[in-house]
Design a binder for this molecule. Structure first.
Ligand code: ADP
Ligand code: MG
Length: 317
């Protein structure tokens, strides 16, 4: 199968399944054309996933595609952007049709779920690597950034943390139980917080998506904003499957493991109080911004959780 047959068979259908009114020209020409409405800013980012580094070797192609698009879309969520379209640069060791069929299916499902139209891409031979560039828009000047956290702002995170990291232990389990399956689903099918990010435009003072773990990603907000934070580990949102499967390792996983693609935000107390309930319901307050550089822990609940827990982060605080 030649390069063009491959593109026509596996990627043209994904491009055709969902358009976007601002995507004037998609796959098939030298470039795609996106119109950016006069009152909007274009928000864009590229994300690369390498086999054996960002996802396991011989990983299911459906999951590979979903995770790659989810990781890229999560950066749009963190900016409060509305998704428009994406391009796909795919490097493949060989044109394995059953792999491509699964990858195309996972890509179509994720594109439809996240509201992203396939605009084009590039196909090359080499070690399995997926690069996805995503485009979104925000009303002019309203993109959420890492740099706006202020002393006394509240720190909140969406959903539950640590689930995807815990799942790494179960990737090869033949018959996982229901808790393990729930954790594995967080790893295989991350759901970028696109609606939540949009709902926080003009309200959150800073925002980031948690791809590398809360401590690392909150750390980026603090560094860009020139502030510090105190976190109460007892407030970390932990799922029941996580608690049941990992016991006292759970808080450590929630603090340090990646791949959850939740949002971490800072917000003034006044704006927090005024948030609609349906927005607040997705968020948990875990601490507060202060003027002293770095991250400190309140309460000491994680201090006893062993090598995965507080000790592991001692150098950060
Ligand atoms: P060019 O040589 O001009 O870069 P290509 O031959 O690489 O064009 O690609 C032909 C068309 O197919 C282009 O419109 C390109 O966007 C699209 N395309 C190529 N690879 C992919 C892919 N992996 N996913 C989606 N579209 C692709
Ligand atoms: Mg090309």
């Amino acid at each position: 199968m030649g390069e063009f047959d491959l593109i026509r068979r596996y990627f043209l259908p994904v491009a055709e399944q969902r358009g976007h009114p601002d995507l004037l020209l998609a796959l098939g020409d030298d470039c795609a054309i996106q119109r950016v409405p006069a009152d909007q800013d274009l928000v864009f980012s590229v994300d690369t996933q390498v086999e054996g580094v960002h996802f396991p070797r011989h990983y299911r192609p459906e999951y590979t595609a979903w995770r790659a698009l989810a990781a890229a879309a999560s950066d749009l969520a963190a900016m409060g952007a509305t998704p428009v379209c994406f391009t796909l640069a795919l490097t493949l060791p060989e044109a394995d049709e059953s792999w491509l069929e699964g990858f195309g299916r996972g890509l179509a499902q994720a594109a439809s779920r996240f509201g992203l139209a396939l605009a084009g891409g590039d196909t090359t031979r080499g070690p399995l690597t997926i690069s996805i560039q995503v485009h979104g828009t925000v009303p002019k000047g309203q993109g959420l950034m890492r740099s706006g956290a202020k002393v006394n702002d509240l720190v909140a995170v969406s959903g539950t943390l640590g689930d995807a990291g815990a799942a790494l232990d179960y990737l090869d389990v033949q018959e996982p139980g229901s808790d393990e399956r729930a954790l594995l689903d967080r790893y295989h099918h991350p759901l970028p917080r696109l609606e939540l990010g949009q709902a926080l435009r003009g309200l959150a003072s800073a925002c980031i998506d948690i791809s590398d773990g809360l401590i690392a990603d909150l750390g980026h907000i603090l560094e860009r904003s020139g502030v510090g934070a105190t976190i109460n580990p007892e407030f970390l949102p932990l799922s029941l499957p996580l608690k049941r499967c990992t016991g006292d390792r759970a808080p450590g996983l929630a603090l340090s493991s990646g791949d959850d693609y939740e949002l971490c935000i800072t917000i003034s107390e006044v704006l927090w109080d005024g948030l609609p309930e349906e927005t607040k319901n997705h968020l948990t307050l875990i601490g507060r911004i202060d003027g002293e550089e770095g991250i400190r822990f309140e309460g000491g609940a994680v201090a006893n959780s062993g090598p995965q827990g507080f000790d592991h982060f001692g150098s950060i605080s």
